[in-house]
Structure formats: C-alpha cells, structure tokens
Design a protein around this ligand. Structure first.
Ligand code: ADP
Ligand code: MG
Length: 386
C-alpha cells in the first residue's frame, strides 16, 4: 500500500480579494520551479519566522481541476483496473475547497475529481470490452454514504428512511461491510451524474434535519469495478471521500450537540492520520479499526493506493486551523522551521521568509532555503513593512 499526500491552495474568493495571501507553494532543491513540493506559512507567534511543510506535490492557486486530475488521479486508474483499490481523500478546514476538489462545479472545466474519475473509468471499460472483443465484461456499481457522529447513513436512500442509529457494520471474512447499504449498478456517466446529484440532495436535506452542516460529516463514494472473463472475476474499488471539516469546532461552538460532533470528527480524522502515518512508515500495525471510516475502508488492509489531498485556504483568517491541518497531514514528514536572524527578510510579494532550526524533535535540520539571498534586496522596500 502506498500513500501520497499532496496539498492544494485554493485561490482568493471574491470577498477575500483585498486580503493577503499568507500560504504559498514553493519549490526546493533541484526541482523545477514548476513543481512545488513545499507549503510555506508564517509562524503565527512571530511573523519574522515561517514554517515549511513538504509534501509529494503542492498545487498553488492557479492549479486547475484538470491538472489535479491529470497529475494525481489519472495515473491511479490503471492500477484500479489491475485489481488494486484506490482511495482519494480531501482533507481540510471547512471552506478550503474539499468539495470543489472532489465534486467541483457544473461546467466541464470546473468538474472535480469524482466526475472525471468516473468519466475515465467508463472510457477504460469501453476500451477493455472493445479490445477483448467482448471477452472481458466490465461492470461498474456504486454506493455512497456518509458518516455522521460515527454513524453510517446511505445517501442513495431518501432521508425519511434513515434510522437514528444508522446502518450496522459487520465483519465478513475479515472485511468490514456496511449491512444494508445500497449498491447501484451504473453503466454510463449520465446515469452516474443523476444518481450522484440526487444523493447529494439527500445529503444536504438530511443535514438540515439533523441541524448539522455537510461539513460535519464524511461523504464516501465507492465505485466498484468488476471485470469478468470466462475464467476470472476481478473486483476492485475506487473510494473518493470528502471528509468533514478538520477545524476545531470546539473553539467556536460549544453546545452539547457540537461537542458530540466535533469529538467524533476529531477522533475519526485522528485515526485516519494515524493510519496514513502507519502505512507510510510501513508499520506492522495499522489502527484502522479505531474509527468507522477507516474500518469500512479497510485502510491499509488491502493492497492499494491512497491519495490524500490537503486543501488549504491562503488567507490569515484560517491561519491557526491551516497550521494545525498542515501539522496533522504531515506528521510523518520533515517539518522545518526557518528562522531569520535579527533582521527580517521578506520575499518579493511581501511574505515573510526565513531559514533554519527545526521543530521535529530529534530530527533537527539546519537548512537555509535558496530563495532567500535573491529575495533579500528586492524586499527591503516592502510596502507592508511598518
Ligand atoms: P469545503 O468543501 O472544504 O468546505 P468548498 O469546496 O465548498 O470548501 O469551497 C469553498 C468555496 O471556495 C466555494 O465557494 C468554492 O467554490 C470555492 N473554491 C474552492 N476551491 C476553489 C478553486 N480551486 N477555484 C475556485 N474556487 C474554489
Ligand atoms: Mg464541503
């Protein structure tokens, strides 16, 4: 099982156009400038310092839906058809672009990962059937559910049919399955879109009834691909997950219902991060059983590929939450704190930049980053410097 963690910084929204961008994408070392792998963010306690977090890839505000799909998701599709499971998570604070990344907008260019994934899967199905002259048949079926307060609800069922306790999970030959979950065969992209749109209406309707927002539940779409020949049946699943917002709800809302919600959200996201960490470190024990979400996905139990897209907002109002979600997603990787000596150094677009000393405990790194020298003089006249 392999895990890739990438970050995507969303553009400024209309209401934010007058705000500073404090979260930036950078390249390091020999990498080409066109492929950043570092997210840089100021230290909230000291603007003269900044933190940098390294990921497998980082997408800045200009990245298109097509680029995210082509670079991150399209390469996994051949593995799906070779029998591996693929899992794609969008992780981040509410308002950072998880739903935009996964579902996207209506126009062709705005379509997110999910419709593009389905479109690619159907294209490949047709190619396989054609190339094998009909000897291999491919069927696609989906289920779509949400996990809210650690309970599972079927999104293909209308909200009236929900029971308060949600659907039970049972172990079946070592795999966890949701009992009673609808699985809908779905043969064309059009059919998929109808099902998916209706299910998303179910999601928002029930969210209002439960007096919650969709940002407090995890939405999980599972696409099961079954390839059948005369002698073999091969089943693999692509799961695409729009996670609950990773912000600390306790900071702003402290009524009882919110506390229940946030503790179950925090717990499942915590377990998810632990699983991702254990998988990426190839640890023998993956704590997937400790939350329903990770248990159902059998994360780390199958051979498969996992992609975590960390969505980030570029503005200061998200500063603390952004930092905690960067820390959360990046526990496993190097985190460097860069410190500037007494004199502040700014980069050309007025962002603080710095170098050295580390916060990763034993793994202390002192590594001045390259752009500093070049940026130094150019930024002495930074208009924002008071
Ligand atoms: P989340 O699901 O994480 O709460 P949304 O996907 O709803 O966040 O995004 C919040 C807002 O930002 C929405 O209005 C969305 O259209 C916009 N947005 C997010 N990412 C982008 C992007 N890459 N390009 C343009 N608009 C975006
Ligand atoms: Mg959302």
């Amino acid at each position: 099982m392999s895990v890739r963690v990438v970050a995507r910084i969303r553009p400024l929204l209309k209401l934010e156009l007058d705000k500073d961008t404090i979260v930036t994408a950078e390249s390091i070392g020999r990498e080409s400038p066109g492929s950043p792998t570092v997210v840089r963010i100021p230290n909230p306690k000291n603007n003269m310092e900044s933190f940098s977090f390294q990921f497998n890839s980082v997408y800045d505000q200009d990245a298109t839906q097509q680029q995210i799909f082509d670079h991150e998701v399209a390469p996994t599709i051949k593995h799906l058809f070779n029998g591996f499971d693929i899992t794609i998570f969008a992780y981040g604070v509410t308002g950072t672009g998880k739903t935009h990344t996964m579902r996207g907008g209506k126009s062709l260019a705005d379509r997110g990962v999910i419709p593009r994934l389905l479109s690619s899967i159907y294209r490949r199905c047709r190619k396989i059937e054609k190339d094998s002259a009909g000897a291999t048949q491919v069927e696609v079926a989906m289920s779509y559910y949400e996990i809210y307060n650690d309970k599972v609800f079927d999104l293909f069922e209308p909200p009236e049919k929900r029971t308060a306790s949600g659907l039970p999970i049972r172990d079946n030959n070592g795999k966890s399955v949701v009992v009673g979950l609808t699985e809908r065969p779905c043969t064309t992209l059009k059919e998929f879109e109808q099902l998916y749109d209706q299910a998303n209406v179910n999601r928002s309707t029930s969210a209002t009834k439960l007096n919650a927002h969709s940002s407090r539940s995890h939405a999980i779409l599972c696409v099961k691909v079954t390839q059948t020949t005369e002698t073999t049946v091969r089943i693999s699943t692509a799961s695409a997950i729009d996670l609950a917002g990773s912000e600390d709800n306790r900071r702003t809302e402290n009524n009882k219902e919110r506390l229940v919600e946030s503790s179950s959200i925090n717990k499942s996201l915590f377990v998810l991060a632990q699983c991702v960490e254990a998988i990426s470190k190839k640890q023998p024990r993956i704590p997937y059983r400790e939350s329903k979400m990770t248990r159902i996905l059998s994360l780390g139990q199958n051979n498969g590929l996992t992609l975590m897209i960390l969505n980030l907002a570029p503005v200061r109002s998200y500063h603390l939450d952004t930092l905690s979600s960067l820390n959360f997603a990046n526990r496993t990787k190097k985190i460097e704190v860069c410190e500037v000596e007494n004199e502040p150094i700014f980069r050309s677009q007025s962002k603080p930049l710095a170098a050295t000393s580390s916060i990763t405990g034993s793994n202390i790194q002192r590594q001045p980053l390259r752009p500093i020298a070049a940026a130094h003089n150019a930024n002495l006249h930074d208009p924002e410097r008071k």
